[in-house]
Design a protein around this ligand. Structure first.
Ligand SMILES: [Zn+2]
Length: 367
């Protein structure tokens, strides 16, 4: 008997319906229109087909389905989810396609070699993954890891500082993972931090005058609970909520400390993508004029296989929204900020993108 559950960190599974022998419909939880992360047990030696019905959502096509508008010429292509037996090594399932007989449904099939397996929309990056990573870097002489507060559910919120000594100087502050379903940003940060701690002359020159403060996972509870965005709050848009959410308050306290004790050079945030298999393009929304000069307005053709940054229009929304940038602008009249979506083909590519991003910042600081 095959069993399904979501009772593990980052799990997310709605109702499961058996449609036939080794054929199951996988329901989504009501807090998502596309995301799933579930465990199957009792699957060794079986080829199991999973049908998943997503909710169509404007401006986002998370399963990558393409409606041709012509029933005689259908396109069955869709995104292929990932499977893992150990939650460390992830691979695509054997096959995935849109299914014509069920609306808004993708169907994927996998032959299982182990009795217990995890399936996820993408390669997850959990809170435990972050804590394990922080353990590997915390003894580095340039790095300090501290907890800046507790989440609503009582978990520690980590912050990574990278600086070459204790002297106060310029600060670059970066926050990440305000949205639980955007794991690529955490992998990109690993690449960036790795570059900061083992960089070339330009990186070393940057660290002589600039310290980094990095909050790698703002929406910790959402990541643990397997909920997209910020879980029960849309955390990225809660920067004016009063009283503040504990996660937002913890970050605001760090921001205040940065302004009190240093010259703040740049602040920014890393968001999405929701999954891998994307082109390695980071789209930057930038108010800082000097940083804008370093980022091209169009993507190169052909694309650089490792990393491409491109400038997107940044102006109108910051005044209306209640996002990190709006808070910085209204509270501190601070404009040198950026946001970007971290995209790449796979975790290795995202790490390489993070290295390039660190090099971009080194060029920025040199100006
Ligand atoms: Zn986001």
């Amino acid at each position: 008997m095959v069993q399904f559950d979501q009772d593990f960190e980052n799990g997310s599974l709605g109702q499961v319906t058996r449609l036939g022998p080794d054929w199951y419909h996988v329901g989504l939880r009501p807090d998502t229109w596309y995301w799933t992360h579930f465990r199957v047990r009792g699957c060794r030696g079986r080829e199991i087909t999973f049908a998943l019905t997503y909710l169509p959502h404007p401006h986002s096509n998370r399963w990558g389905v393409n409606e041709t508008g012509n029933p005689e010429d259908p396109d069955y292509g869709c995104r292929s989810p990932y499977v893992s037996y150990d939650r460390t090594y992830w691979m695509h399932v054997d096959s995935a396609e849109k299914i014509a007989s069920m609306p808004n449904t993708v169907q994927f099939t996998h032959r299982f070699e182990e009795n217990e397996a995890y399936l996820c929309y993408t390669i997850p990056y959990t809170y435990s993954d972050l804590l394990s990573y922080l353990e590997t870097i915390q003894d580095h002489p340039l790095i300090a890891v501290e907890m800046i507060g507790k989440t609503r559910e009582g978990r520690d919120i980590p912050m990574v500082s990278v600086a070459d000594d204790g002297a106060e100087k310029e600060t670059i502050m970066i926050i990440s993972r305000e949205d639980g379903d955007e794991p690529t940003s955490n992998v990109a940060l690993e690449g960036m931090i790795g570059r900061l701690t083992a960089g070339d002359d330009a990186i070393r020159a940057m660290l002589e005058r600039t310290r980094f403060r990095i909050v790698p996972m703002v929406a910790v509870d959402s990541v643990v609970g397997g909920s997209p965005y910020g879980g029960r709050y849309y955390m990225a848009r809660e920067w004016f909520r009063d009283p503040p959410l504990p996660e937002i308050k913890a970050v605001k306290d760090v921001v205040a400390d940065c302004f009190r004790n240093s010259t703040v050079r740049l602040m920014g945030k890393l968001h999405g993508g929701q999954t891998y298999d994307n082109r390695p393009i980071w789209d930057f929304r930038v108010f800082d004029l000097r940083l804008r000069k370093l980022i091209p307005k169009t993507t190169p053709r052909p694309l650089d296989p490792v990393w491409n940054c491109v400038l997107r229009d940044a102006v109108p929304w910051v005044r209306k929204l209640t996002i990190f940038e709006s808070f910085l602008q209204q509270t501190y009249d601070f404009w040198p900020f950026f946001s970007t979506h971290t995209n790449g083909r796979d975790p290795e590519n995202l790490r390489a993108g993070g290295v390039r991003f660190a090099d971009l910042l080194a060029r920025y600081v040199q100006q």
